[in-house]
Design a protein around this ligand. Sequence first.
Ligand SMILES: C[S@@+](CC[C@H](N)C(=O)[O-])C[C@H]1O[C@@H](n2cnc3c(N)ncnc32)[C@H](O)[C@@H]1O
Length: 258
Amino acid sequence: MAEEYTYRDSHKALDKGEVYDGNYERIPWRRFLWSREQKILLSILEKYFEGRDTHLLDFACGTGRITGLLEDRVKTSTAVDVSPSMLAVARTKLKRTEIIEADITTDNVLKGRKFNLITAFRFFVNAEPSLRSQAMTTLAGLLSEDGLLVFNNHHNLGSPWIKVANWRHRQKDPDGIFNVMGIKQMNELVEAVGLEIKELYPIGFFHPPKIPVSYFFNIAVDAVAGRFQCLKRLSESPIAVCTRRRSHTISGQPKGGT
Ligand SMILES: C[S@@+](CC[C@H](N)C(=O)[O-])C[C@H]1O[C@@H](n2cnc3c(N)ncnc32)[C@H](O)[C@@H]1O
């Protein structure tokens, strides 16, 4: 019987780490997204962690893109991934991060530890539904009471470009994999484990297929569109900042209601 596909195995090919990192140099859209992501991550750090000891867990860290940006700005830095080839590249970049090769959704080697900043980029939308919820449950268990989970969804179904890409993919290759996730699903995913989306940072409003768009034009479009609350749902790759739901226990004291 054929083994069922799981996203866990998606990045295990020997050259995957090199290819993945190369895409960030080769593909202009990826470069643009990454420049926006860096700015937003640094502003989140400033807004929520100024003057606090930050203990970072970068889940599904891959080649260490996110970890590399943050490791020098936090007190402790831990990164986990299941792919040896992705981690081989991460090891060449990361200098003060504890790098762990493990699948913490099935073997939680971090159990008992707590992190006040957990990042998970380019993971949730790619993962199959069971892995999405297993990972979210595991991460919620590792998040400290006052911690933040920051994750992105680079195929937001609210984006018109992703709608088109999704439709085209279904026409061309109905059995292939092209995962998408709407904001509603992002909310449901975190709410199922007692978290809530506190802020949503929109990224990437203008991505017509096969038409080269300049970096500066995209920056300008994001700057204008990002100002309107009602347009946030249309961005292609939003970042969600999540906290524990307010009605949930904080510091052992039930909040709200009697
Ligand atoms: C698209 S890469 C993203 C890497 C990095 N977060 C980034 O944004 O550049 C997705 C990563 O998820 C990892 N992954 C998949 N399933 C996983 C699991 N169960 N636990 C940890 N990592 C996993 C893959 O090995 C891969 O490195």
